[in-house]
Design a protein. Sequence first.
Length: 309
Amino acid sequence: MSTQRLRSILPHIEDLTYAELKKLKHQVDDLISKNQVGEVIAKREENLVECPHCSCNRLARWGFTKQGIQRFKCKACLQTFNALKGTPLYRMRMNQKWLKYNELMWHGAPLRKCAAELGINLRTAFRWRHAFLKAPSSIDVQPLSGVIEADETFVNESFKGKRKLHRSARKRGGGKVPKTPILIAMNRDGSVVHEVVDQNTKESICRFLQPKIAEGSVLCTDGNKSYIEVANGCKIDHKRIVGLDKIRVVEGIYHIQTLNNYMMNWKEWMVRFRGVGRAYLPNYLSWFRYMKQNRKSCQGLLLTAVTNT
Ligand SMILES: [Zn+2]
């Protein structure tokens, strides 16, 4: 749009009432959203080269869905499908609302609020949450290099979404809620790796961390002795920050505060979801990592959903 056209619109807007401006804002948001999601879907349509059923690359364009998404027909297996088949976004409607939904998720909005704000039903809100959460979980993370901070964190065990417990509910130490351990490491570029494990043992820490560390790195940890074996196994330098003498930084640069902040932010964000089932924790970790690293780009997230399948 030319600057002139834009300039001719502005005087009309200035006279609008608050309520009218609000309505206009909604319409503008809607149009922007349609454009950005449309761009993501168009990229998928352009880059689709093989049939999701038989992997044949002889595809014919075959009209559009009601939502305007390109359909294809495979010349080998004769199946028809739309461009989003095989992605977490397949069969999701109302695509003009997807970006807003991700924004609400970033702000930790409960499902009921998401449903009310977007005019969708609760079931849809629930399905969308899990579809979007799944999107960044398939991104491969390169081994960490440079100064690496590693630590463990714990979340209260939750059996949400499970019909019955597969073991008897156990209580430890005066009725404390059992904790699920999460191993996590990050370097100073902000690359993060994490894993939800059954037990916080030396073996699980070594198995998780050793393959994820590049040669020549420096590992920073707290006093947990398990990390000595990780560092020895990788033949890298190890800076242990032992809490006893209240020293938090070694040689001016070695500490685990960046990681502790990251974990604190993640936990604060998670509080709003009120107990996430263990099976879903990895997706929440990956989604949060993606949004942090990509400056909360909801469009980028959708792009990831259609390119990493
Ligand atoms: Zn086919």
